[in-house]
Write a protein that binds this ligand. Structure first.
Ligand SMILES: [Mg+2]
Ligand SMILES: [Zn+2]
Length: 175
């Protein structure tokens, strides 16, 4: 049986945005994040992280710093019985004109090569315009999580305050 997968943004979606986070001790989950991930896990979904990390291209931190942050993230998730199927990140600065920086679709294309993903049964969960536009560019459902910080984006298919609320809606659409 094929496993299902969803795509999720990192900063201000899965974890609290600390702006160019390079300290593993700064990894913190917003309200509803862990609950939403557990709900997805229990419904049989693998979780694929899709994140722009231009702090590397801008020289603010290194790939090793990012790896340390992601090790901490995975450790905290493991404590909750959670895991990520994969992490894709774009390390490039905006002016590098790469194919992977959201809202470009390079990371989703790479994930689709690595995993058998049913595009009718997935969604991009994110807080930013680039996440919503990425979903539109790839032809998948766009779900915005505001965490009470941002107003609704017009192109989002659904807007929720927390990841948990977003996942409840998504699972209703995919019974
Ligand atoms: Mg974000
Ligand atoms: Zn890139």
């Amino acid at each position: 049986m094929n496993k299902n997968y969803i795509f999720i943004d990192r900063d201000d979606t899965l974890i609290i945005d600390k702006e160019y986070l390079s300290d593993p001790a700064g990894v913190e989950f917003p309200k509803g994040s862990i609950a939403g991930l557990k709900r997805l896990r229990d419904a049989g979904y693998g979780i694929i992280l899709i994140t722009n990390q231009s702090g590397i291209g801008r020289g603010y931190f290194t790939e090793d710093d990012l790896a340390a942050v992601h090790r901490r993230l995975k450790e905290l998730l493991a404590n909750e019985g959670l895991e990520l199927a994969a992490i894709y990140y774009c390390p490039h600065a905006p002016d590098a004109n790469c194919d992977c920086r959201k809202p470009k679709t390079g990371m989703l294309k790479a994930a689709c090569k690595d995993f058998d993903i049913d595009l009718k049964n997935t969604a991009m969960f994110g807080d930013g315009k680039a996440d919503i536009q990425l979903a539109k560019n790839f032809g998948i459902t766009a779900i915005q999580i505001t965490n009470g910080k941002k107003g609704p984006l017009p192109d989002a298919d659904f807007v929720a305050e927390t990841l948990d609320d977003a996942v409840v809606w998504f699972l209703q659409q995919h019974p």
